[in-house]
Design a protein around this ligand. Structure first.
Ligand SMILES: [Zn+2]
Length: 236
């Protein structure tokens, strides 16, 4: 099992690691990593593994397959040996934009009082899909509410909770904008401010909402009678 250092510190940009496996397609497994793997609508990290002799292995993305976190090299990269030590460093500019966008998506969840049916984080544009029922969504009103929450600079924290604690706290579950999955034993909750947003999330986020910067709802698309796609971009 790879130790997932980004879970406890999303701001950690590099670590030393030992190669534990190189699969038949060239995917690299490490004993620990700062590379987030594609999940929850957030793209996996890209970056560089630097070998002891200084040569670089460029990583195009990171995925999880059959329970294993795999660093996927770009085409034509050298293959490391199992047991070799490397320094693993993410493309921080890419990741930080994703962290800002991802955190902004939580704020949109807190503003739109409807069920989320899907979402995708991107560095230029992100989207959230809602089942709006009888609600109507107003682009300008959501943009204003979003930027107000950004300006209020609410702290963003992750905490773990057990299935048993969730089961004994129906009120807590009711306040979540997305319902938690069960069965894994414990769930990571992402909390913004005291009451802004609470939902299960394993992604990477900024420390406080002001770090998101100015954002806007660029478009609300009609995806059927009850479904709307809310697109978010940076305003600056
Ligand atoms: Zn999240």
């Amino acid at each position: 099992m790879t130790e997932l250092l980004f879970r406890d510190d999303a701001y950690r940009t590099d670590c030393t690691a030992t190669v534990t496996e190189v699969n038949e397609r060239g995917g690299i497994v490490l004993d620990q990593t700062v590379f987030y793997y594609t999940s929850g609508g957030q793209p996996g990290d890209r970056g560089v593994l630097t070998r002891a002799d200084g040569t670089e292995i460029r990583i195009g993305t990171t995925i999880k397959a059959d329970g294993t976190v795999i660093h996927v090299p770009e085409d034509g990269q050298p293959a490391p040996e199992v047991g070799e030590s490397v320094t693993a460093a993410i493309d921080w500019e890419f990741r930080h934009k994703l962290m800002r966008m991802h955190t902004a998506m939580h704020l949109v969840c807190s503003i739109v009082p409807c069920g989320v049916t899907g979402g995708q984080v991107g560095i230029d544009k992100s989207r959230l899909d809602f089942d709006i029922g009888e609600h109507t969504l107003d682009k300008a009103a959501i943009t204003d509410a979003l930027n107000a929450l950004v300006a209020q600079d609410h702290p963003v924290r992750a905490e773990w909770i057990s299935d048993a604690e969730l089961d004994s706290n129906p009120d807590l579950v009711r306040t979540m904008s997305v319902q938690p999955p069960r069965g894994s034993g414990r769930i990571r909750l992402l909390k913004i401010g005291e009451t802004v947003d609470l939902q299960p999330c394993g992604g990477t986020h900024v420390r406080s909402t002001a770090e998101i910067g100015p954002v806007q709802i660029s478009k609300i698309e009609n995806k059927g009678k009850r479904n709307r796609r809310v697109n978010i971009t940076f305003a600056a």
